[in-house]
Design a protein around this ligand. Structure first.
Ligand SMILES: [Zn+2]
Length: 360
């Protein structure tokens, strides 16, 4: 079971400055202290006491509503957040955050249209920089801003696809069938998958993504079941990030292993060792001769066009040599130290053999 505090990690961190800048002392102050400590149950209990007396303010409603969202009690949060927004006609930071959290609530309850409306209200009141930025981020990441009006939805058993309106002559059904097929294989391999559908946004090109402001494609946010990808990307890579995260809840992740498994599972069956070697031989990665333990510690040591196939080849080797069960055990803590524990004295020899093959 995941800790609810971590569901909206970016959001939680961004909240703090706006709270500490809250003006005069009010009945909600003690609630915010508890909130910042992540004591959401206490905020709800004490907030409800205040609301039952004559201490009702917009802030108290907001503190209770937000805490309920972090506790994933979305149905319950709705009334408090709505009240918080209504009780702040000046549309200060209280209103802005109430709308952002209403957006989250609607999204988690599956109502994209109302989520979009709430995030837009939270954004457009421009009451506080953090709330505005959070609203913008969710609108963009979830594909709910004005930019996405001509995108189409397509729901399947495990995916909620959003396709760019610029994808012409595009067979959505065949596409979805391929993705569902890959999902079945990958989830079976990991022995599980996410409890929610993967929200998969498919862009026509990197240029379109630049225009939309989403940044470099593709990427996944497993904790919120989200993927953004180019249509040309491999079928399996990004979904592997989401599936493996939910199947095994890894507590320590790093590039070599986490990207390596996504490359290994990308469903292309490419020989990644061959690819990494040919990059070196073509001179593109000539200067790169980093050791595997070094890469393990610092994934940024090599350029990505080289480090990805290398990681894929390395993970493939680990699975071949040590077997799938050991790999799944190791995957939960992907550190070098944990690999040494799981694989024992074999590991050093495997790494040496791998590097020899790669750098011969
Ligand atoms: Zn990846």
């Amino acid at each position: 079971m995941r800790n609810p505090v971590h569901i909206f990690p970016a959001l939680l961190l961004c909240l703090l400055p706006s709270i500490t800048s809250a003006q005069e002392k009010g009945p909600a102050d003690d609630l915010w202290d508890l909130y910042q400590q992540g004591r959401f149950e206490d905020v709800v209990v004490q907030g409800r006491v205040l609301l039952a007396t004559d201490k009702e303010t917009a802030q108290v409603n907001l503190a209770v509503g937000r805490s309920l969202v972090h506790l994933e009690k979305f149905e319950d949060a709705f009334a408090y957040l709505t009240k918080a927004a209504q009780m702040d006609p000046q549309k200060t930071w209280v209103y802005a955050w109430a709308e952002v959290y209403l957006g989250l609530t609607h999204w988690k309850l599956g109502d994209d249209e109302r989520a979009s409306q709430a995030f837009i209200l939270g954004r457009d009141c421009a009451a506080t920089k953090n709330a505005t930025r959070n609203a913008e981020t969710y609108l963009l990441r979830l594909g709910l801003s004005e930019f996405f009006v001509d995108w189409t939805h397509f729901e399947t058993e495990h995916f909620s696809f959003r396709f760019s309106g610029r994808l012409n002559n595009f067979d959505r059904v065949a596409f979805a069938r391929r993705y569902e097929g890959a999902y079945a294989d990958i989830a079976q391999w990991f022995g599980g998958g996410p409890e929610e559908k993967i929200r998969f946004l498919l862009w026509s090109s990197q240029e379109e993504a630049d225009e939309g402001g989403i940044g470099q494609l593709g990427f996944s946010k497993p904790e919120i079941f989200l993927v953004h990808a180019r249509i040309q990307q491999t079928v399996g890579h990004e979904m592997t990030h989401v599936i493996s995260y939910h199947a095994l809840n890894p507590t320590v992740r790093n590039g070599l292993i986490n990207e390596g498994i996504a490359v290994y599972m990308d469903q292309t069956n490419r020989d990644q060792m061959e690819k990494a070697r040919s990059l070196r031989e073509a001179g593109e990665a000539e200067a790169i001769m980093v050791s595997i333990p070094a890469m393990w510690e610092d994934w940024s040591l090599a350029p990505s066009e080289y480090s990805y196939p290398l990681a894929g080849a390395f993970v493939s080797m680990l699975i071949d040599k040590g077997g799938k069960d050991k790999f799944l055990e190791f995957f939960k803590d992907q550190s070098f130290g944990h690999a040494q524990v799981v694989y024992g004295s074999d590991l050093a020899g495997w790494i040496e053999g791998f590097e020899k093959k790669l750098y011969r």
